[in-house]
Design a protein around this ligand. Sequence first.
Ligand SMILES: [Mn+2]
Length: 332
Amino acid sequence: MISEIKDAIFQSKNILLTLHHSPDDDSYGSNLALYSYLRSIKKKVTLIKGDSTAKKHFSVYPNYEKITKKDISQIDLEKFDLFIVLDCADKSMISKRIDVDIPRTLKTIVIDHHISNDSYGDINLIDPNAAATCQILYDIFVALKTKITPDIAICLYLGIAGDTGYFRNSNTTARIFEIVSILTKIYPNFYKKTFELENSNSVSYIKLMALMLNNIDLRLNGKVAIASATYKEVTDNNFNFEDLGYLDIANTLKSVTGWEVGISMIEDQIGSTKIGLRTRDSEKYNLGLIGLSTGFGGGHRAAAGLRLPYDISKSKEIVLAAIKNYLKKHGR
Ligand SMILES: [Mn+2]
C-alpha cells in the first residue's frame, strides 16, 4: 500500500491537499507535514483551507501562511493530477457546503484513521487503530526513508497530541510515546507551540463558555449533560463566530463524576446546530457510532462531532434518542 502511495506521488506533477471541515490539530498537522514533505521533493502542491474560516489560533503551525484561502468549489480540480485527502472519514468532511464530486481523472489517495471511513479514494490507507492521521503519516515517512525535518516533526507532534487529548485518551499507546519521543528530539521546543495554542483564547470565548456552563440540562437519569447556546443567545451577546469552533465544553462536562457523556450544542446559524460529544466511559459508549446513526456526523469512541439542521431543542431530542438506541442495542 505504501509503495502504491509512493508511486502515485512520484508520478504526479500537481498535488492538491485540503483541510477538513472545522479543522483540528490533526487536520492542520497532517496536511502541513505532508505539504513540507512534498515541497522538499519539489512537487507543486496546493493546500486549500476548505469550508471553514482559517483561524489565527492555528498560525503556530509552520507554513500556515502557505494555505490557500479557498474551498474546493473555488478551484479547478482538472488542473491537478493527484488529490491526497487526510483525516476525512467521507467526502462530506471535505465540504459540508457542496456535494464533493471528484473527477474520475483525478487520482485520489485517502489516508485516515476514522473507523467509519468508507474508502472513497483510488488508494485508501485506513488504520482505525492509529490515534491520529499524523501517526499514519509518520509510519509512511519512515517507510519512505524521508528525513523528518523540524517543521514536519512539530506538525506531526501537534496532530498526535491533539487527537490523543495530549496523551490522556485511551488511544494513547506506548507506541505513541515512542513516536513523540523521536519527534520531540527533532523539535525540542514543542512545549512553546503548545503554550501558544492553548493560551490564545478571546474574551468572547470565555463569556460564551460561562453562558453555556450556566445552562446545563441533565438527561437520561443524570448521565448525559448538555450545555447549549441558542442562536439568539449567540447573537445577542455578540459572540465571535470564529471562536465557536474551539469550544471544548463537552470535555469540561464529562469531567464531572457520574456525567458519563458531555455534550456541547451551539446553534451558530438559524436552525443549524454544531454539536460536540465526549464521554468518560468509552467502553460503554461508542460516540462515533452514535453520531453516525443520526446521519449527520461521526468520530471516534470517546469523541464525536455533529452538525444537525435543527434548533437546540430538536437537536437534543435527536441526539438523546440516538444514545438511547445505542444503549438498548448493546444491552447497556
Ligand atoms: Mn484525526
